[in-house]
Design a protein around this ligand. Structure first.
Ligand SMILES: [Fe+2]
Length: 312
């Protein structure tokens, strides 16, 4: 923390949906692609990294423990060199659950949060972060019996939960940090085509005009960036009071995402990559750039931090 506090510029990178452990096919080698991605992130020498989940392709079958154990070994082989160089802040995705039971205990053990809850707040110099657990918990579900794992894929932010109460308390406290980031696996702004993947408590719904539960809280707290993934495409959405960045990943998760954009979308790209950010305290400016695996800049922008309403 101290090394950043003395610096004028803080740099961080967002990655998501690594899904390490997929078997190479005739068409591509997914894990090799993730290795290349992490090598590029390391070469950037960021101050810290935010990872919004789906670290393995797990949580599909009840009898996949050996497979998932191997996936996590591969995950550590690829990601640990980066973790030894800078902090990585994690938020869980749907594939990070363990079946049966849909527990996040195994995930927490593998991301350095053994025995702790999956959601938390952290600070790094000028940057404050909240990592959310947006898994929708509606009971157990057998994908083999019904031929789909749709409910396992659902995101939500229902009111009245311990996390909701904690976040309300946390966001109401004064903050010193100049920039406020909230990260969760699912987007708030998305194509109408994929509204089925999130609960109304989480999504901004253009059909009903409802904002859900999370978005008004983030706006009230003057959050600067909401970082997410899940759909495996790059998409930046600029709501008048919140910038959402969905970082890209390998293979689009749902067809039709690009054709039917949400109304706030200002940039998009199918390619896997990472998003890098820099906050310059001198100019009080956040700079964002989405980078494809080949190094090409897919999107670039700047934004002013909204500033804390109740700075401590
Ligand atoms: Fe996901």
């Amino acid at each position: 923390m101290a090394r950043s506090a003395r610096r004028s510029i803080t740099r961080w990178i967002h990655v998501t949906d690594l899904q390490v452990g997929q078997v190479p096919s005739d068409v591509d080698d997914h894990d090799a692609q993730v290795e290349e991605l992490i090598a590029r992130v390391r070469a950037e020498k960021p101050d810290f990294v935010i990872n919004t989940g789906d670290n393995t392709p797990g949580a599909v079958d009840d009898d996949e423990r050996r497979f998932i154990a191997q996936c996590w070994r591969d995950f550590h082989r690829i990601v640990d060199p980066l973790a030894s160089e800078c902090p990585i802040f994690h938020a869980p995705g749907n594939h990070d659950q363990s079946r049966p039971g849909r527990s996040l205990d195994l995930y927490c053990r593998h991301v350095g949060r053994a025995g702790k809850r999956a959601y938390y707040a952290a600070n790094f110099g000028d940057i404050s972060m909240v990592m959310l657990d947006l898994l929708m918990r509606v009971g157990e579900y057998n994908a083999r019996e019904v031929g789909t794992c749709r409910v396992m894929h659902h995101g939500a932010f229902p009111p009245g939960t311990a996390q909701h109460r904690w976040l309300r308390r946390h966001l109401s406290r004064p903050r010193q940090a100049r920039v406020s980031i909230v990260a969760g696996h699912w987007p708030i702004f998305m194509s109408k085509y994929v509204y089925h993947a999130t609960d109304s408590s989480l999504r901004h719904d253009e059909l009903t005009g409802q904002s859900g539960v999370l978005l008004p809280m983030l706006i009230e707290a003057r959050t600067d960036l909401y970082l997410c993934g899940h759909h495996h495409v790059y998409e930046r959405s600029r709501h008048p009071q919140l910038m959402q960045v969905m970082t890209g990943a390998d293979k689009i998760a749902w067809p039709g995402l690009m054709k039917r954009a949400n109304r706030f979308r200002v940039a998009s790209d199918y390619r896997i990559g990472y998003t890098r950010f820099a906050f310059d305290r001198q100019s009080n400016l956040i700079r964002g750039e989405a980078v494809a695996l080949d190094g090409e800049i897919m999107d670039a922008w700047t934004q002013k931090p909204r500033g804390s309403k109740n700075r401590g």
